[in-house]
Design a protein. Sequence first.
Length: 177
Amino acid sequence: MPWKNSRRELGLWGLFAIQSLCAAYFLADAVGDISGYDFDLNTRYGDLIENLVVIALILSLVFTVLEIGRVLGRQKRMEAQLTAASGAFADLLEEHFDDWGLTPSERDVALLAIKGLTIADIARLRETKDGTIKAQCNAIYRKAGVNGRPQLLSLLIEELIMQGMTEPEASVASAST
C-alpha cells in the first residue's frame, strides 16, 4: 500500500511538471508574439510542437480531474465512516449509562466530562456548584467501576475499538452462511 501511495504521488508530481512545462511554453510563445520574437525553433515543426503541448495539457487536465474525483470520493467515504463511528460511540455511551444506572443529571455530567470539560465548566453550564458536579462525577466513576475520568475514557475507547474489531468478523461470518 505505501508503494501505491508513493506511485500516486509521483504521478501527481509528473502531472504538475507536464502542466508547468505546457504553461511555460505558452507563456514564452505569448511573450514572443508580443515582443515580435518568433519562439518556434523551426516554423516547420512549430505547429507540431504546439499541438503536442496542447495534447499533453489536455491529458494532464483529464487525469487531474480524475484524481480530484477520487479524492472527493474518498473524503465522502471517510465522512460516512466518521458519522458511523460517532453514532456507534453515542450508542455505546447510552448502553453503558443504562447499565450503570446513571440518573439523567449524571448522564449529562458524564457526557460533558467525556467531552473534556472541567468541573468548573460543567458547573457553570449546569448552573450548579462545583461540589455538586464533583459528587456526581464520583457517583459516575463508582457506578462505572473506575477511579476517574482517564479510566472512564479508556474503558469507553477500548470497548469502542473492540466493537470495531469484532463487527467485521461478524459480517464476514454472516456473509459466508
